[in-house]
Design a protein around this ligand. Structure first.
Ligand SMILES: NC(=O)c1ccc[n+]([C@@H]2O[C@H](COP(=O)([O-])OP(=O)(O)OC[C@H]3O[C@@H](n4cnc5c(N)ncnc54)[C@H](O)[C@@H]3O)[C@@H](O)[C@H]2O)c1
Length: 259
């Protein structure tokens, strides 16, 4: 879709990553000034360099001081903030184990970024949005595992479920002030990392991957642009009466059983 986001300032966290960079590009292509925030400052700079009106920020969403300095930098450069996309997130790679064996440090790392970090960033970013009194949009990137659990990734599942209900809580708190909050629950997305870990880099889905994809009516993972397009919609004037909703972008995976 195309929409006119000229004059709007959007902050995207985790924007050096696969989905975040695609979101940053899509918002930029539609006229928004984009703040490309990521703990990977070099990666953020590379993404921002490819956009027409963007600023890179090395931001750790777990760290209140880091987040506050990002918001201060945005206010200094643009004087406003209209759209917050809470996209930064991590999952466990090394510890695919059941809850009774799950290491506490890894639990803290994942929930600390995925859930606490989203709160820390939202709290800081909402201050100028509310202060300006011109409304705004928040789009939280959750996951289908927040709707229906998967095994062997309990902190990720818990954090994403937390994001889903936090989205509803934010929507009812902020809606009267003109700030609309929604979440996207992506299914499986094809990225460099998921290609390496799971899908294979040859574009052919084999073995276990094919078994998994048999449960997805569309028979394929999403492309990052398909998540970015949904963010653009939720940030656009077209979504002016949508608040507190969770939009699964999962090819129908969570719609029912493929028997
Ligand atoms: N890829 C998928 O299949 C999939 C599926 C469902 C949901 N998601 C969600 O989409 C979002 C983006 O995922 P992705 O696949 O692009 O992953 P990615 O690893 O490519 O990108 C995540 C980005 O977050 C950044 N990040 C990590 N910790 C941070 C911190 N403390 N502060 C700021 N930035 C930090 C990383 O540096 C990275 O650039 C995540 O929230 C993820 O949970 C992804």
């Amino acid at each position: 879709m195309r929409c006119d986001l000229r004059g709007k300032v959007a902050l995207v966290t985790g924007a050096a990553g696969a989905i975040g960079s695609s979101i940053a590009r899509r918002l930029s292509d539609n006229g928004a000034a984009v703040v490309v925030a990521d703990i990977n400052g070099e990666g953020a700079s590379q993404v921002a360099d490819g956009l027409s009106n963007a600023m890179a920020c090395a931001t750790d969403i777990r760290d209140t001081a880091s987040v506050d300095s990002t918001i201060a930098a945005i206010m200094q450069r643009y004087g406003r903030l209209d759209i917050l996309v809470n996209n930064a997130g991590v999952n466990t790679l090394a510890h695919r184990v059941t809850i009774d064996e799950f290491p506490p440090e890894e639990w803290d790392r994942i929930t600390g970024i995925d859930l606490d970090g989203l709160y820390i960033m939202s709290r800081a970013a909402l201050a100028p949005m509310l202060g300006a009194g011109k409304g705004g949009r928040v789009v939280n990137i959750a996951s289908v595992v927040g709707l229906a659990a998967m095994r062997l990734q309990s902190p990720f599942v818990a954090a994403k479920a937390g994001i889903i209900h936090l989205t509803r809580s934010m929507a009812i708190e902020l809606g009267a002030k003109g700030i609309l909050t929604n979440a996207i629950a992506p299914g499986s997305v094809m990225t460099a990392l998921t290609a390496k870990l799971f899908y294979g880099e040859d574009g052919k889905f084999a073995g276990r991957t094919q078994e998994f994809l048999a449960h997805v009516p569309l028979g394929r993972p999403a492309e990052p642009q398909e998540i970015a397009e949904t963010v653009l919609f939720l940030a656009s004037p077209a979504a002016s009466y949508i608040n507190g909703q969770i939009l699964a972008v999962d090819g129908g995976w969570t719609a029912g059983y493929m028997m």
